[in-house]
Design a binder for this molecule. Structure first.
Ligand code: UT7
Length: 316
């Protein structure tokens, strides 16, 4: 479904991220399995990723950084949405741990839409703001090293751990807004990428790659068309960080350039639901986005789920 233009102000009041300390390079992986830095770099663009930490620990660190940068009293947060595929426990939601450690007693829940989860969270959070909430903490956090089999070279090289967070605010002082969005699922593609209870991640990489390019193109184009925006008018695209070749193929068809794109996958690998807010934080810290700029988010992953959202940026 593609969203209509909501007339509510949206401000990214604070953005933050967290990565665990431990770096796992392509050379480290080459010592563990039959692969090489050359193969991984050429096929994916990834040079290293981080491992270790816990999903709640990374989410708390990223959430705290976003709140600190927003300058707001944490108690003013009215809801926490945590997008994750790797919760600390089967229950309760990891968001409850995050809320406790941040000193919050507002509503919280975990959101599971695989690597597209953070974009889903953005639409959900915007809905809460439209309902009258003023401030929401939206986090994506993952510990993918708990899900992959480190003897399987076709998947182990891709993933990493991390978290990213934003404080979203609706206030009359904001000129930002969510202009358009598109969310979708093709459940017939479920078999391409899944993790069962008690087993590690299974992926048909080649097919995921093919479908990913097609849904990224379709969803992004729908979202741009809905807002009447051309690719060259977008200041920054913040895509899910899975494989640089997926982006290169999709960008050729969409008319985007890599220069327009927030890319951190060389340092982080694929951090699933955390990858978009981590890349956003990197871009914000590098002053790559100004108030009034158009920013496109696009995510895709297991399900197969996908989502894109175009915002007129208003930062802190
Ligand atoms: O969040 C979404 C999650 N997933 C994705 O986005 C993944 C999408 N898919 C991909 O990124 C790519 O398909 C991969 C990076 C996983 C694989 O790249 P590929 O270019 O599609 O390689 P392939 O699977 O077609 O395999 C080519 C060859 C095979 O050998 P043969 O059969 O040609 O002899 C593989 O066995 O490369 C071999 N191979 C490797 N070689 C060295 C597979 N993994 C490795 C490896 N190191 N790590």
């Amino acid at each position: 479904m593609t969203g209509n233009r909501p007339a509510i102000p949206l401000r990214f009041s604070g953005v933050g991220s967290a990565l665990p300390q431990k770096v796992l390079t392509n050379d480290d992986l080459s010592a563990m399995m039959d692969t090489s830095d050359e193969w991984i770099t050429e096929r994916t663009g990834i040079k290293e990723r981080r491992i270790g930490g816990s999903t709640s620990g990374l989410a708390i660190e990223a959430g705290q950084a976003a709140i600190t940068r927003s300058g707001f009293d944490p108690a003013s947060i009215e809801h926490v949405v945590l997008a994750t595929t790797t919760p600390d426990k089967r229950m309760p939601g990891t968001s409850a741990t995050v809320a406790r450690e941040l000193g919050l007693t507002c509503g919280t829940f975990d959101l599971q839409a695989a690597c597209a989860g953070w974009v889903y969270g953005l639409i959900v959070a915007n809905g809460f703001l439209a309902q009258g909430m003023e401030r929401i903490l939206l986090i994506g956090a993952e510990t993918m090293d708990r899900m992959v089999d480190f003897t399987d070279r076709s998947t182990a090289i891709l993933f990493g751990n991390g978290a990213g967070a934003v404080v979203l605010e609706s206030s009359d002082q904001s000129n930002g807004e969510l202009l358009s969005w598109d969310l979708g699922t093709d459940g017939d593609l479920l078999h391409l990428l899944y993790t069962d209870y008690e087993s590690s991640l299974h992926m048909d990489g080649r097919e995921v790659f093919r479908k990913a390019v097609s849904v990224v193109v379709d969803s992004s184009q729908k979202t741009l068309d809905k807002a009447g925006v051309r690719a060259e008018e977008v200041k920054l695209v913040v895509p899910h960080q899975a494989n640089i070749r997926i982006l290169e193929s999709a960008w050729k068809r969409l008319g985007f350039s890599i220069d327009q794109t927030a890319v951190v996958l060389d340092r982080t690998g694929n951090t699933s639901a955390a990858s978009i807010p981590i890349a956003l934080d990197d871009a914000v810290q590098k002053d790559r986005v100004d108030d009034g700029d158009l920013v496109l988010f696009v995510g895709f992953g297991a399900g197969m789920t996908w989502g894109s959202a175009l915002v007129r940026w208003h930062g802190n």
